[in-house]
Write a protein that binds this ligand. Sequence first.
Ligand code: BES
Ligand code: ZN
Length: 415
Amino acid sequence: MQNTTRLIATSLITLTVFTSKPILNAHSQSGDPLVFKPVLADLKLLKAANIPVLYKDEETQVGYAVLNHAAENALSDMAHAAGRCGNFEALDEMPRDLISVREQLQALNTYNKRNQILSFSQVGAMAERVEITEALAQLDANKIRNTVEFLSSFPTRYNRGANPNSHIQPFMDRLAEIAKQANYPIHIETIDHKSTPQKSIKLTIQGSTRPSEIIVLGGHLDSISGFMGMGGKAPGADDNASGSSSLVEALRVLTLQPQPERTIEFYWYAGEESGLLGSAEIAKQAKADNKDIIAVLQLDMTMFPGDGVLKVASMTDFTSRWLRDYLVAANDTYFHATVQEDKCGYGCSDHASWYRQGFPTLFPTESKFASSFQDIHTPKDVISPVMSFEHAKFFSKVALTMAMDLGNSEQRQPY
Ligand code: BES
Ligand code: ZN
């Protein structure tokens, strides 16, 4: 059920991208529009679906193809049969020529190599710092619950809803209340988007000594229910009031600490459920502005302990080896949870937007993909006794540690 819903949602995104920018809007004899979609996909998948590969990168095993409806359906079916929703990425626009396809594939290849560098020796064991241990102990699971209650009480936070920003100002008021505690200035702003009328929220803690070095902590604030948001109420408690609220609790405790040396940027993204819309624009802009982004943490789905309380997953696709090792080291020193590696199998959340622009990313989530909460994108995604705010607190710990440890160190991905 979950897979089917998300398969439809994923196809829809592809469809939306390309109906808003039709590539070739020829009409067949029956009058149906023929829309062609350029994609990057797993070579094996393309082969299995019998789709001609126009260009391929042997190293990453990624191929470029242009899909018509039949080919798209065939690819979706194959991907679905493999237990995944996607495993192919729609390209933003039709590449100019095969040279630009090669450039895109090579860029992806470069990011992949850079991000998979064996770097554990450089991460090594994490030395405990008592101020971090003490700060972690101040995180409060009840406060996470309170924020999830607040966010999931809006009928929907859907980016294509009649009122896509109804939750934005009330949520920002809560952030402002927290920001007041800090003895340094905190900047809170909304970010307008071209691809959606919904706004993202950005909160900045300027670094005291190295403000140009940035640590990004984010999650999506929007929710969805059903196909095109037609499934009624979208409380989105686990997906993703939970990750958003884990971030708020990390922020609360962070504001009680001395100002970090590096800049910490918190984001609550718009329109993730319609295709990573807010984060895609934000990450593209960061790349265009040549920002020195040290790390990007994505929190999406943090409170359903599908594999057991404090048994979490760290996704290996669209994330960086260095930061995954960093998480393991931090877990050994501070969290003492069980971290299992797993994959979404496609760009399932906003970290993929940053990864595609070449930034180092980390995506820890509530459980392995297969055991994650099954009622997301339905009115049943609500707080219930199966949820655990102790589990959600683990993710606040990750965010707080990245802000306090990485935020006060010289460490960065070894390029
Ligand atoms: N929170 C989900 C992604 C997710 C699901 C992560 C299960 C871990 C376990 C996210 O909000 C989502 O729904 N993503 C879409 C894809 C996106 C490109 C619209 C999905 O999974 O279909
Ligand atoms: Zn979702």
